[in-house]
Design a binder for this molecule. Structure first.
Ligand code: HEM
Length: 455
């Protein structure tokens, strides 16, 4: 392996400190710039640590698909996420992960989706009934509460309407701490009596207590199938493997994982979709016409997903320009290996950023243009394979992808059927902030006007 050439990359400077500083100060701009300058595979040195940005479709495929056994989720990152999600499928690997993934997958079967669609439509219509006929709204908050309530009901049939804002703030705080702590060279233990650690412990307790209570109550009330994910997890049998079921602790860990992974990403995707539609009235108008054609005067339902072609293109394009998971969980090479014919030392870190690949002129024509028709049947073949991966690729590809796309499509259609959406007059320019999901910095204010009420 050592005879292979080194991938191109910037000089490390003194101990790679300068690169590390640039990365943590503005990760979106830094990774974009590196790929623009050095190409589809960039070699970085942070002191003794080798790291690569795998941005080209070939490199992405080699890491996430062909090399998924060689490139594993990096242990320090996995352990940090494990404090929130326990041993859920997002933090595990190997045989244990495979068994759990098979069991959790049962909760995403096609026959379950119809019920999830119904919950989504009910929730979005309740939200729209609260909206003013004409006024300004903080759309990130609206989308966060909506997706949180929807996921709580689809996952474990709990009505979170009263508590959603508070729980969202706590989970948001945990994600923020995760980013801060992962970026810091020094990992302090969580028991230290510091204000940030105390707040972290309180937020973790609130999340874990809520999930434990839900699982205990369900066990007490009998394991009847209520059509939600929890029913499925409590009764699922690993028929393809050991024939066993999950323990209550495993159920708690998987429910927490799905809950945390599922709502913030979807809320981010929706917020950016509204931002793009508010800036492109002609595209919003075409989508509104589609909702009138498909839905006429009724609420959206599961079957409409296949008919809302244009809205699905809009969502695909929004996930290209603003992929909520802008950076995939860090991977590490378990052995010395190669990528695109370049040497990769053992324990190297691999960064995979949909944000960089999906916005690069190397792989997309006119990449910053919002052009939903890229995803039309006539043009979709122009997108290079593995250059578009908002839900990841390979065995760890997002388990909630179909649910997220269904939810987003039904929500966008339901809102457009009733409201005209533009940017609020006092909304200044919008900057992107990179947390675990990307968000508009400081939120996003939209003006909404119920159809028939425009002044
Ligand atoms: C727009 C919304 C979403 C986006 C952009 C998104 C993105 C992703 C990405 C990029 C990965 C791959 C991570 C990796 O390879 O390290 C992933 C994995 C995962 N996602 Fe999603 N996700 C979304 C919605 C959801 C929803 C709704 C759920 C559950 C209800 C969910 C649950 C998960 C889980 C459990 C994994 C880990 C899968 C595994 O490692 O086997 N996600 N997601």
């Amino acid at each position: 392996m050592n005879q292979l050439p080194n991938a191109p990359g910037p000089p490390a400077g003194i101990l790679g400190l300068n690169l590390a500083r640039q990365f943590s100060r503005d990760p979106l701009a830094f990774t974009t710039e590196m790929v623009r300058e050095y190409g589809p595979l960039v070699h970085l040195r942070f002191g003794p640590q080798h790291a690569f940005i795998a941005a080209g479709p070939k490199a992405i495929h080699e890491v996430l698909v062909a090399g998924s056994r060689t490139f594993r989720k990096e242990p320090r990152t996995r352990n940090a996420v494990r404090k929130i999600d326990g041993k859920g499928i997002i933090t595990t690997e190997g045989d244990f992960w495979l068994r759990q993934r098979r069991l959790v997958q049962k909760g995403f079967s096609a026959d379950r989706m119809e019920g999830y669609a119904q919950v989504t439509t009910q929730r979005v219509n309740q939200m729209l009934a609260r909206w003013p006929d004409s006024g300004d709204l903080e759309i990130c908050d609206e989308m966060t509460c909506l997706t949180l309530e929807t996921i709580a009901e689809t996952m474990f049939e709990v009505d979170m309407a009263a508590d959603s804002r508070e729980l969202a703030e706590q989970v948001e705080y945990l994600s923020e701490r995760l980013v801060v702590e992962m970026g810091s060279p020094l990992q302090l233990p969580d028991w230290l009596p510091l204000p940030a650690k105390r707040k972290k412990r309180t937020s973790l307790r609130a999340l874990h207590d809520m999930v434990r209570r839900v699982v205990e109550n369900r066990r007490k009330s009998g394991n009847t199938d209520r059509g939600d994910m929890l029913s499925m997890l409590l009764t699922a049998v690993d028929t393809e493997g050991d024939g066993g079921q999950m323990t209550d602790q495993q159920v708690c860990d998987e429910i927490t994982t799905l809950f945390v992974a599922g709502y913030d990403t979807t809320a981010s995707g929706l917020a950016w979709t509204w931002y793009l539609l508010a800036q492109h009235p002609e595209i919003a108008e075409k989508a509104t016409a589609e909702t009138r054609r498909v839905l006429s005067n009724r609420a959206a339902c599961y079957e409409d997903f296949d008919k809302l072609f244009y809205i699905r293109r809009i969502i695909n394009e929004s996930l290209r320009l603003y992929p909520p998971a802008w950076l995939i969980m860090l991977r590490q090479a378990t052995v010395a290996t190669q990528l695109m014919g370049y040497h990769v030392p053992r324990k190297s870190w691999i960064y995979l950023a949909p944000w960089v690949t999906q916005r690069s002129e190397r792989w997309f024509a006119d990449p910053l243009k919002f052009d939903p028709d890229r995803f039309s049947p006539e043009r979709i073949a122009e997108i290079p394979q593995h250059a578009y991966y908002p839900f990841g690729l390979g065995p760890h590809r997002c388990i909630g992808e179909k649910l997220a796309l269904l939810e987003m499509t039904l929500i966008v259609a339901s809102v457009l059927r009733k409201f005209h959406v533009t940017l609020a007059a006092n909304q200044g320019s919008v900057e992107v902030e990179a947390h675990t999901a990307i968000r508009p910095r400081g939120g996003l204010r939209l003006r909404v006007e119920r159809h028939g009420q425009q002044l």
